[in-house]
Design a protein around this ligand. Structure first.
Ligand code: HEM
Length: 176
């Protein structure tokens, strides 16, 4: 099979723009649970940005499934190949799960899911305090998992760029 040398343009644009959006979301989320003063403002930003991340994650997953990615270096130890592939699928799962859990927990809590002034999304789960009590802490725990997976991903990218000095970083940083 003929493998491309780089990720396609859509994959690269989505990768870097979503990296910035998700990183921002983690801090917006953490900020709004510790600040009473900025809580409402941050929450008004958190919901639409989270929904945008959900839509972009679907586009990105479809693009990833339709296009063969560039190969990892042939001499990469098998454990690192496994870690790379597993962490990429964990990132995809969390990009989809975090917004869905956020939306679902507000639905279960009986709160309006306001996107913009006067524009509300429908509830995706029935009103249930038990479900809310499960999903609310899950949203927080998975946010930590997302944060640590992103740190590991960043560490691996820099290891390829600065230590191994192989083609991996460039596959996402530039095109053909
Ligand atoms: C990639 C998407 C998302 C990320 C990374 C994210 C991240 C976070 C983080 C880090 C927190 C703080 C958790 C804690 O300390 O317990 C949080 C809280 C919260 N998130 Fe999200 N979130 C996302 C999507 C969403 C979406 C789409 C919604 C709603 C439509 C939402 C609604 C909420 C709410 C209501 C809270 C709790 C506010 C509170 O109880 O004080 N999140 N989020």
């Amino acid at each position: 099979m003929n493998r491309p040398r780089h990720f396609n343009l859509l994959a690269r644009v989505l990768h870097w723009s979503m990296a910035a959006a998700i990183f921002a979301m983690l801090f917006v989320g953490a900020g709004m649970v510790v600040s009473l003063r900025y809580r409402d403002t941050l929450l008004d930003l958190h919901r639409p940005l989270g929904l945008a991340i959900l839509l972009l994650a679907v586009v990105r997953l479809v693009n990833r499934l339709l296009h063969t990615p560039p190969p990892l270096p042939a001499d990469l130890p098998r454990i690192q190949v496994f870690a790379a592939k597993a962490s990429h699928w964990v990132l995809y799962a969390l990009m989809l799960a975090m917004p869905l859990i956020g939306w679902g927990m507000l639905s279960a809590g009986g709160y309006p899911v306001e996107l913009f002034d006067g524009v509300n999304l429908p509830a995706i789960l029935p009103h249930s305090p038990v479900l809310y009590g499960f999903l609310r802490p899950l949203h927080g725990v998975l946010a930590y998992l997302l944060f640590f997976t992103i740190l590991a991903h960043l560490g691996a990218a820099l290891y390829h760029a600065w230590v191994r000095r192989d083609e991996v970083f460039g596959q996402m940083a530039k095109g053909d």
